[in-house]
Design a protein around this ligand. Structure first.
Ligand SMILES: NC(=O)c1ccc[n+]([C@@H]2O[C@H](COP(=O)([O-])OP(=O)(O)OC[C@H]3O[C@@H](n4cnc5c(N)ncnc54)[C@H](OP(=O)(O)O)[C@@H]3O)[C@@H](O)[C@H]2O)c1
Length: 250
């Protein structure tokens, strides 16, 4: 989506805070309709933005519940025929007692499953149900916010087993989905994007020692990722990119 293209419809999944909320803020002036999802209770800032913006629609969607994904998308289909941009911003690194593992001794199967459920499976379930909204003659983009740490080739430092593996799985699931989309919805470009370390609740406990130029504001990350999405070419579908548009190895 570019600022020159009117009547663009957008879905931001995981829009309650952080990078997802930043996408909603920046896309509002350009989009004709924006659908924004939250897990349980819409945050005060998202609620406030929706109250001021008739084109912004809020939907509950816990990504671990397929029925909520399908009913949320059915609600969108009752209002619009097509989506042009879908951004999957859901993800977690720490949640309650789940913390990134520093060693094998900290591996817990239930925690690994939770990482996969939220960070990987949610995205492919979304891709499963999105085809009717993305399959149309205009260009569309399905972007998933991944993480460089999910690159198997790039893994030189170890640790964070569950988060790493769930992002590697996200990349594999969405690359596979990209191949199926190329047949079933050929105008859709599927991409996995590394945002760079960004100042959100997710990164907050791990920011100590980072040089200021290595920590992006949400606003900067969103601007950079929108520029990458704008420049994506059909033959790049299924690829993994960092925030400046350079390709990352799987
Ligand atoms: N921040 C970074 O430095 C960084 C670096 C690399 C990659 N990333 C990736 O960027 C994406 C966005 O992260 P962020 O930094 O913006 O983190 P954040 O501020 O913690 O936001 C996480 C989002 O995920 C949603 N979410 C979590 N579990 C969910 C579930 N079960 N169902 C539906 N939504 C759920 C949250 O929704 P609720 O608020 O409704 O719970 C929230 O909107 C993630 O995929 C993350 O892995 C971030």
């Amino acid at each position: 989506m570019t600022s020159q293209t009117p009547d663009q419809t957008v879905l931001v999944v995981g829009a309650n805070r952080g990078i997802g909320y930043g996408f909603v803020q920046q896309l509002l002036p350009q989009a004709s309709q924006i659908y924004a999802t939250y897990r349980q209770i819409a945050s005060p800032e998202l609620t406030e933005l929706a109250a001021q913006s008739p084109q912004l629609h809020l939907l509950p969607m816990d990504i671990t519940d397929e029925a909520q994904i399908s009913s949320g998308l059915a609600q969108i289909r009752r209002q619009v025929e097509r989506l042009h941009l879908v951004i999957y911003c859901v993800g977690f690194l720490h949640e309650g007692e789940i913390q990134p593992e520093k060693s094998l001794q900290q591996i817990q199967p239930a925690h690994l499953l939770r990482y996969f459920e939220v960070n990987s499976i949610g995205a492919v379930l979304l891709a499963k149900h999105l085809i009717p909204l993305l399959k149309h003659p205009e260009r569309s983009v399905l972007a998933c916010i991944s993480a460089k740490i999910g690159s198997i080739t790039d893994n030189q430092s170890g640790g964070w087993y569950g988060y790493r593996a769930s992002k590697a799985a996200l990349n594999m699931l969405m690359r596979t989905a990209a191949l199926e989309y190329s047949r079933k919805s050929p105008k859709t470009i599927v991409a996995m994007l590394h945002p760079g370390t960004t100042d959100t609740r997710l990164s907050a406990p791990f920011q100590r020692g980072l040089l200021p130029d290595k920590l992006f504001s949400v606003e900067r990350t969103v601007q950079q990722l929108l520029a990458v999405m704008d420049g994506l070419q059909p033959e790049q579908s299924g690829e993994f990119f960092t925030w400046d548009g350079s390709p990352l190895p799987f």
